[in-house]
Write a protein that binds this ligand. Structure first.
Ligand code: NDP
Ligand code: OXD
Length: 308
């Protein structure tokens, strides 16, 4: 019984190093170290090259090395019957909350706009907003959405969150699936922290923007596929949106000729809001390996039916 690591970016060394340091007994291999593909029963993967899973006929568990699992479902070679898992990690969660907090402060203190004013040598004051004057809506009130909402609440933001099922989270007003419009109508900042599924694909579109208060700010740290990209620049141009912070885009890296690069109201970051740290994440992988060997239920399982 062995485990293969599969990474589209081929960035194996930090992971192998963490396994060597913390769990030297784990039988984990990179694809070129695997001599008998039939011995592989677990795969830990991040955006594996398409078709990878077909090379290992006895896979029983496939674990995403990140929180998101859309990359698993994207691959037609994903076997029908395997158990799917994902990462739920305190550093990944805390990093996301801090990053989104920074983006919210950036938006309400107009820092992106002042940066562009500086480029034009323009000395001009804009209206000032304090955290406790701002209502923030979070699409997706799961592990990351809840932690982000709680941090924003601690800073004084008025926080709302939308999820399939209603939640009871201290400091966050919860909205269920059929209550989306009520939350949108109050969201001066809208944060997307949804998983990308057939239901959430393209959710950030012109019709949703129209339901926000005028001059709302959009933060997308979910997936590029959540945003209907053609609808963004018209919404910024009309003033319905005052700005957008995008950590994810439909094609990563963003193509050189893409209009988002140079748009003064779009703030781009290269999918770094929060990243799995091997040194922290390997322990939960090792624990799931142990559980698998012992025939116990694995942690952080993903619902194939729901797609997250
Ligand atoms: P979770 O699975 O813990 O939470 C997902 C939330 O979305 C849940 O609250 C769920 O509702 C809600 N949801 C799902 N589908 C719908 C729907 N159709 N309508 C309403 N609500 C819905 O995921 P995480 O919080 O761990 O991660 C969220 C996403 O963040 C990841 O899938 C990934 O795409 C992205 N991400 C981005 C990173 C970056 O660096 N930019 C880093 C890490 C993750 P319910 O609770 O009722 O099931
Ligand atoms: C993740 C990500 O899903 O990095 O973990 O986007």
């Amino acid at each position: 019984m062995a485990i293969v690591l599969l990474r589209g970016d081929q960035n194996y060394e930090p992971w192998m190093k963490s396994f060597r340091e913390s769990f030297p007994e784990l039988p984990v291999y990179t694809p070129d170290q695997v001599t008998d593909p039939k011995s592989i029963r677990m795969a830990w993967t991040w955006k594996a090259p398409r078709g990878s899973y077909a090379q290992y006929p006895n896979l029983e568990v496939i674990g995403s090395l990140g929180a998101g699992v859309d990359h698993l479902f994207d691959d037609p070679s994903l076997p029908g019957k395997v158990i799917l898992t994902r990462v739920v990690d305190p550093y990944l969660t805390g990093d996301m909350a801090e990053f989104v907090l920074a983006l919210c402060l950036n938006a309400i203190k107009n820092l992106n706009t002042y940066h562009h004013f500086q480029e034009q040598q323009l000395w001009k004051e804009l209206p000032y907003r304090r955290c406790n004057q701002v209502k923030v809506g979070i699409l997706g009130l799961g592990t990351l959405g809840q932690a982000t909402g709680q941090l924003l609440h601690q800073l004084g933001f008025q926080v709302m969150g939308w999820s399939k099922s209603k939640k009871a989270v201290e400091g966050i007003q919860s909205f269920a699936a059929d209550e989306l419009e009520a939350m949108l109508a109050q969201s001066a900042i809208l944060i997307c922290l949804l998983p990308l599924t057939s239901e959430t694909q393209g959710v950030l579109n012109a019709s949703l923007f129209a339901k926000l208060p005028r001059a709302a700010h959009l933060i997308n740290v979910g997936r590029g596929g959540h945003l209907q990209e053609d609808d963004l620049i018209p919404a910024l141009k009309s003033g319905q949106l005052s700005g957008a912070s995008l950590d994810v885009v439909s094609q990563e890296p963003l193509p050189q000729e893409h209009p988002f690069w140079s748009h003064p109201k779009i703030h781009l970051t290269p999918h770094i809001a929060s990243v799995s740290a091997p040194s922290s994440v390997v322990s939960q992988l090792a624990e799931n390996y142990e559980r698998f060997i012992q025939g116990e239920p694995l942690k952080n399982q993903v619902s194939r039916e729901d797609g997250y």
